[in-house]
Design a protein around this ligand. Structure first.
Ligand code: RB5
Length: 145
C-alpha cells in the first residue's frame, strides 16, 4: 500500500501520480487534498506519515509546492524517513542508502516528466542494507547524544 497526499499546490501532480500507480499495478490510499483550493500542507503530511509510521503503508508520497514543508512534517513521525527529492539520482540513493519510505516532491520545482521518473525510481530501487543499516539504526536512537 502506498499512502499519497498533497496540498493545493501538489494536487494536480498527485492526481497524475495516482494514474501512474494504477498503470504500475500498485495499490494506494489517497489522503487528499481533493482540489486546488488553498489548504495547509501539514494536514496531509501528518495523515500520510501516520500511515507509514504505523506500518499501514509501505511508502508515502507527498506533494506540495516545494516538497520542503511536507518533508519537514513527515520526518517528525517515528519510523518515517522522508526525502525531498528533485532528481532521479537522489530518488535512487534515498532508497539505496537511506531506506527512505516517504518521497516528498515539489510541484512548482519539478516538471511532471521528471517527477514521474522520480516516482518510478523511488518505488523500484531497493535498500542496500549493510553499512547503511547501521546508519539507519542511529537515526532512530538517541543513544549517541
Ligand atoms: C503553498 O503555497 C506552499 O507554501 C506549499 O505548497 C509548500 O511549498 C510548503 O513547503
Amino acid at each position: 500500500m502506498i499512502a499519497i497526499g498533497a496540498d493545493h499546490a501538489g494536487y494536480e501532480i498527485k492526481e497524475k501520480i495516482k494514474t501512474l500507480l494504477k498503470t504500475m499495478g500498485l495499490e494506494f490510499q489517497d489522503f487528499g487534498t481533493n482540489s486546488t483550493e488553498s489548504t495547509d500542507y501539514p494536514d496531509y503530511a501528518h495523515l500520510v506519515a501516520q500511515s507509514v509510521g504505523a506500518g499501514k503503508s509501505e511508502y508515502g508520497i507527498l506533494v506540495c509546492g516545494t516538497g520542503i514543508g511536507m518533508s519537514i512534517v513527515a520526518n517528525k513521525h517515528n519510523g518515517v524517513r522522508a526525502s525531498n527529492v528533485e532528481s532521479v539520482d537522489a530518488a535512487r540513493l534515498a532508497r539505496e542508502h537511506n531506506d527512505a519510505n516517504v518521497l516528498a516532491l515539489g510541484a512548482r520545482l519539478t516538471p511532471w516528466e521528471k517527477a514521474q521518473e522520480i516516482v518510478k525510481t523511488f518505488l523500484t530501487a531497493r535498500f542496500e542494507g549493510g553499512r547503511h543499516q547501521r546508519r539507519i539504526d542511529k537515526i532512530h536512537t538517541l543513544t549517541n547524544l
